[in-house]
Ligand binder design. Sequence first.
Ligand code: NIG
Ligand code: FE
Length: 414
Amino acid sequence: MSVKLFRNCRIYTPIDNGVPAGGKDQGSTTHFSHGALLVENGLIKKIGEENNLLANIETKAIDQVIDCQSKCMVPGFVDPHTHLCFAERRESEFEMRIDGTPYLEILQQGGGILSSVKAVKAATEDKLYENCLRHALTALSFGTTTLEIKSGYGLDTENELKMLRAIDRVSRTTPQDIVATFLGAHAIPPHYKENPDAFIHLIINEMLPAVHKQNIAGHCDIFCEEGVFTIEQGRQLLQAAKALGMGIKIHADEVHDLGGAALAAELGAISADHLLAANDENIVKMARAGVVANLLPATAYSLRKPYARARQMIESSLPVALATDCNPGSSYTESMPFVIGLAILKMSMSPAEALTAATLNSAYAIGKAKSTGSLEKGKQADFLLLDGESPAILAYHAGVSPVVDVYKRGEKAS
Ligand code: NIG
Ligand code: FE
């Protein structure tokens, strides 16, 4: 048994009411100005103002006292959308994009996601594992204590499973909790270009059952976009995944408003992600269906597109989560502080709303809210110490991470 007391900290945390926090709840975090946190065997035993907390515990039972020196304590970040298992960066394509070639045009020319597919097919599982671990540990140093990682650069059974095995190995190596998502429907392989339905058929009848049998991914995702997969193909695949008991997610309305948000609502997806082009009506449908809006402002930043309409979503009581989308193409960053900074300054979210989005709501977006996402009795002691007075420091100290210490299950992890 190990009992630790973290004292002398300014605590900010969302409160978990059993559902993702939407509307006004998204912006109402709890604050303890002279806070303390009692951790027993990696779980939170008590949290509150230090005086009250100390008055109600047996101090003899404490093994270690950690003075947090007035730093700001927040829950560890949960990054609910990443593609950080890849083999090679795509720096020359980035330069093409800077020069004005649109992201989807690079894909149409056989680059983009398809460049990453070539690199992954050529890579060994060990190389994928090493790269993926390196990116996950970078994320950890920026405060990400739980994350989702997608496959999607294999596009055939063998290589999708190779990616998922590499992700699984990373999940057993890093201190972080990792949730894997099967994204076999990430792009159409060149030899299926004339018959994408046959590729969806292959995913449904071969890849998905293989992934399910190996119990190696909890969720299934699809990229619905002009020139990629249609809404009807999304419906077919996600219904098949749902029938197998997998959680479903969708890359929805990233560049064009195809109605991905409405499909997410129709099928009861756990999240719909991107939503840069989602329309008002479908935002309301998502809110009614209890789908989390997973926003990825670093992608809008990198693609130089208008940001998703977070204010509109929060005002429609749609719970908003935040993620990096870390990938070698549309958003190459592991930094949740950067994403939170963009959310505050570019999507007009308040610091409290952004904190809830990057912790509690993002935990809901990957089915992890029972164990993490807020600092409350019974949850894991996954938390960060920030060099600042409040979470606003994440936007204020731009381009620099204020994350000084990262704790996972009560142990210092970075
Ligand atoms: O979420 N849009 C599709 N997938 C990723 C990009 C992946 C890539 O470019 O490698 C995204 O933006
Ligand atoms: Fe993505």
